[in-house]
Design a protein around this ligand. Sequence first.
Ligand code: SAH
Length: 378
Amino acid sequence: MALPYTHHYKLLFSALSLKKSGSLHLQPICCVQCNSNVSSSPFTEKHSLQRYQRDQWVYNNSNNNQQLISLDGDDQAASCSVPSDSDSIRLNDIASQLPELRKLLEVLKHKRESCSGHVPNNGPGNVFLVGTGPGDPDLLTLKAVKVIQKADLLLYDRLVSNDVLDLVGPDVRLLYVGKTAGYHSRTQEEIHELLLSFAEAGANVVRLKGGDPLVFGRGGEEMDFLQQQGIQVKVIPGITAASGISAELGIPLTHRGVAISVRFLTGHSRKGGTDPLFVAENAADPDSTLVVYMGLSTLPSLAQKLIHHGLPPDTPAAAVERGTTPQQRTVFAELKDLADKIKTAELVSPTLIIIGKVVALSPFWPQSSKQASCLVEN
Ligand code: SAH
């Protein structure tokens, strides 16, 4: 079975003890790592400043507010400089774009007024809620690529990968609205307002979301708000992390005789603590596959509860960091050991967790004792 990225992998097996007894009963602990530099993030969180520079949106250091101004048109003569102090860049990151956004809005309105003689329908523009998949740009749909190439304004957040943003048309304005520690971030209400103002000005607005916009993406809330204001939202689905990552690892999420259903859950606690919702009781089904989004911090407690409610402690499981990107790292372990293995491997967000017998069907899951304690490099 040819899998993408196979050449990146380094398979590190340890402490494998295997019993094959007709049913799936494997006890591997395996860490699959890629050879790339793991410190560089494939996602946009660390690159928003560079994106503004691509857009020629630069910071004017001439006043305390460090307003962001454009080098386009008449502003070309203005003296612009990027402050050397990276903290001040961060502090003014997104907030300082608002003047520029206002200007863009005026340009759009003006364009619309001057065209209205020729264009009979002067209704609102289009808002597209677009899923970008888990990171590999080849996983974008053709529809998504078409839309992101001709948008006026594109709002993106943390889990949209840089490789995906490279496909955005050169004239599209990009605005980072993700939440990253140390950065200003737009509140959900502000994002709603931005989408609305630009749609009302007749713009083609694209809201990019990692994975599928309607799977743990808050896409539904943005759609709701805009629809209440009379703006129709078009949704372009994306490959959700569960599908993209399971495909990458060769894990069938359902499999005849092994898993009759698959369940996507969030590891986020409703109360913000470490209590992984109240799902463990219902989710502890050995004949189903569980895919846990945002589950890194609550996994120790979730694993314990699943076992408490009847999931076998040796249920195969995998945790995949930065799945489908060249920086992908994967930890395979039995459920009872998974949290410890993740800690040892120091996996960071975004990480997806897959729990269920189907994980042992992955070609990367150690199949025989021959593979124990061996290091395979491609
Ligand atoms: N709408 C997204 C999910 C957003 S919630 C989707 O459909 O995939 C964010 C969580 O998704 C992360 O915490 C992580 O659990 C998972 N995730 C998204 N992209 C990922 C990736 N490339 N690698 C690993 N996990 C990912």
